[in-house]
Ligand binder design. Structure first.
Ligand code: FAD
Ligand code: SF4
Length: 500
């Protein structure tokens, strides 16, 4: 513990964000560049180096948080980077994108603001890249065994890096034209600039991992044939089957799924289009769904120059304090203000919501549209009719409202992996009761030598869980191929986030 009184003398401080008016005119990350480093040493010094560090309990990776807090507060960045990378392949992703359940579990959070663990993580890894501490780590010798990883999201990438470093020859198959999964085409640039992903992929290529993009396994390549060509397969195809909103008017033009919309916006940043084929520019937009995907749509809609935007959440508005039935150290459901909500509030983006563009306890009844166009062309959406609901989901009388909407984005979550792509049938895989790909306690499916990692097996989750699953599945594959393993396995398929 570098500063025994740090938690008493130093208040929690977050790095500054760029002014809203400036940041909604570009796509760069919202933080002020260089704003974190001057404050992060003192923030890390707030850590009490607890005898039982509950921050560990919140993190599926088992991150060595008190160790790197102390190293940062002592200005020992090289060793901090070593300890950080000992448990996490991609801390630059989690340091930007994780909801930080470790901070909810921090012992300081019992009666004070938690240590800014996620900021410390980001500072360490950014500094490590700048200082040249992050270098390729190719294996010393090859095992002669081959592995195909299907899907290049955080689970597939973590599994591939672990297995490559263990000496196996690994090829990652990705149906999209670029590597990265939801990190590439789901998560917007203003939350994580893609240069961070590309830099990590360059490291992986230098270590020997091969990438085959534009190959859908099950459609372009038969999955059973692929199994026969490799000694093992890791399926990390995500849980990308989106939920629908089956209400009257759903067929109207201008209503899109979030994952039809966000990838196009991300492709503009990749240089594929000057203007996205679906854009919110000049539109009155309603986002249906109050989660993080909805917030990503919100930030994107604002940057595209929408005329107005409202986000609907079917849930009751949560309070700002931790509720009594969600005691420390669980990650509580509270009212959180993302950068996109901050932007919506400051810009007064919604004429229909009180603050920050959100309407809670709102259920969509139907979409209303213009008459069909000439020649039977699909009519466009003009409005969304909603009803207010009580805590039990019952409609409240007299609460119907009509919101102007000439574009609607559906962000209702995902029901599991896509079932119709051929992959599941060709390998004869089974689904579990929740519709995810079934696996045993060792990440293995019923098909010999085929393993499952990430959202495909767990269901819609978080990047930190995907990385933890990728690491653990890699350990299982290594044991299968080599008879034993020294690779770490931080989670089992049955592990779940801490809840009440
Ligand atoms: C819009 C959005 C924003 C999010 N923001 C956050 C966030 O801020 N923080 C956070 O922690 N989590 C966030 N999440 C959740 C997080 O992105 C996922 O939990 C995580 O990416 C899952 O990783 P994965 O590797 O299992 O799958 P994915 O990232 O979904 O990757 C699966 C990959 O497999 C490929 N694939 C699928 N089928 C095939 C096939 N047959 N052949 C070849 N390739 C195939 C897909 O193209 C995809 O690239 C967000 C999710 C969404 C949708
Ligand atoms: S729980 Fe908080 S104070 Fe304790 S070791 Fe972890 S980060 Fe430090």
């Amino acid at each position: 513990m570098a500063d025994p009184k740090g938690f008493l003398s130093t208040p929690r401080r977050l790095p500054p964000r760029r002014p809203v008016a400036e940041r909604v005119r570009d796509w760069n990350e919202v933080q002020v560049p260089g704003g974190l480093l001057p404050i992060v040493g003192a923030q890390a010094g707030r850590c009490m180096d607890c005898g039982i560090p509950f921050c560990h309990a919140g993190c599926p990776l088992g991150n060595l948080i008190p160790e790197w807090n102390e190293l940062v507060s002592r200005d020992d960045w090289r060793r901090a980077s070593e300890r950080l990378h000992a448990t996490n392949n991609f801390p630059e992703f989690t340091g930007r994108l994780c909801p930080a359940p470790c901070e909810s579990g921090c012992v300081l959070a019992i009666n004070q603001p938690a240590v800014t663990i996620e900021d410390v993580e980001r500072a360490i890894v950014d500094r490590a890249w700048e200082s040249g501490y992050v270098i390729p780590k190719p294996p010393e010798r090859l095992s002669g065994k081959t592995v195909a990883v299907i899907g290049s999201g955080p689970a597939g990438l973590a599994a591939a890096q672990q297995l490559t470093r263990a000496g196996h020859t690994v090829a990652v198959y990705e149906r999209a034209d670029r590597v990265g999964g939801l990190l590439r085409y789901g998560i917007p640039e203003f939350k994580m600039e893609k240069r961070h992903l590309d830099r990590r992929l360059a490291q992986m290529r230098a270590e020997g991992t091969k990438f085959r993009t534009g190959v859908g396994v099950g459609t372009d390549v038969d999955a059973a044939e692929l199994r026969a060509r490799y000694d093992a397969l890791v399926i990390a195809v995500g849980a990308t089957a989106w939920r629908e909103l089956s209400v009257p008017g759903r067929e109207l033009a201008g209503i899109h799924q979030a994952m039809e919309y966000l990838p196009l916006a991300n492709r503009v940043q990749e240089g594929d289009f000057a203007r996205p084929p679906i854009t919110a520019e000049g539109r009155h937009v309603v986002i249906v769904g109050g989660g993080d995907t909805g917030a990503d749509c919100l930030g994107t809609v604002l940057r595209q120059g929408a005329a107005s935007v409202t986000q609907l959440d079917i849930h009751v508005r949560p309070g700002t304090e931790r509720p009594e039935d969600q005691p420390w150290p669980v990650h509580p459901k509270i009212y959180r203000m993302s950068a996109a909500h901050e932007e919506a509030q400051e810009l007064g983006a919604s004429p229909d919501a009180d603050v920050d563009a959100r309407l809670f306890s709102a259920a969509t009844i139907r979409f209303e549209g213009a008459h069909p166009g000439p020649g039977g062309a699909t009519a466009g959406v003009r409005a969304l009719r909603l009803v207010g609901i009580d805590a039990d989901g019952r409609p409240e009388s007299g609460s119907e409202r009509v919101l102007r909407a000439d574009m609607v984005l559906l962000a209702l979550g995902f029901s599991g992996p896509e079932r119709d792509g051929g992959l599941i049938d060709q390998l004869g895989l089974e689904l579990d009761a929740r519709g995810n790909i079934a696996r045993d306690e060792g990440f293995a499916t019923g098909c010999e030598g085929v393993f499952v990692a990430g959202d495909a097996g767990r269901g819609q989750s978080l990047i930190v869980w995907a990385i933890a699953e990728g690491r653990s599945a890699a350990a299982a594959v290594d044991r299968y191929l080599a008879g034993s393993t020294t690779l770490p396995a931080p989670v089992t398929p049955a592990d779940r986030p801490m809840v009440v």
